[in-house]
Design a protein around this ligand. Structure first.
Ligand code: FE
Length: 137
């Protein structure tokens, strides 16, 4: 399907770090508890590290204990696509950036609150756009 952001493989390699390329373009998963945003509570907007699209907001982030940044919902329903992933002998729901098709992580049905969802997202697929204003501490 058509994406707003279409780059060649060479362009993606140039734009992304090797780790970001492995996750976003090759469906890799960063090791648990190693990502930059696992425990981040700073307010702001999480953008796609591949294309800059707004994907998640800090107010939907929660501490899941999984080792990856976790959100109860995307910033907008249309911001992400969910598709079936049958790799590695499991059936999971993969979450991809709707704008560039980049792999972000997976979504599970064990999240808190009304959505019941846990969007389990690789830190390196995200870039935090911190909210302006006074910071505490
Ligand atoms: Fe993207």
């Amino acid at each position: 399907m058509a994406r707003r952001v279409e780059l060649t493989d060479a362009e993606w390699r140039q734009r992304l770090s090797p780790e970001q390329y492995a996750v976003l373009r090759q469906q890799a998963t960063e090791r648990a508890f190693t990502g930059a945003y696992t425990d981040t509570e700073e307010p702001g907007v999480y953008r796609c590290a591949g294309c800059g699209a707004e994907l998640f907001r800090s107010d939907a982030k929660f501490h899941s204990g999984s080792g990856w940044p976790s959100f109860v919902e995307p910033a907008e329903l249309e911001a992400v696509e969910v598709r079936i992933d049958r790799s590695n002998g499991m059936v999971r729901e993969e979450v991809v950036c709707a704008a560039c098709g980049g792999h972000l992580g997976h979504v599970f049905d064990d999240g808190p609150g009304p959505t019941g969802k846990r969007f389990c997202i690789n830190s390196c697929a995200l870039e935090l756009d911190a909210a302006d204003g006074p910071t505490s501490g």
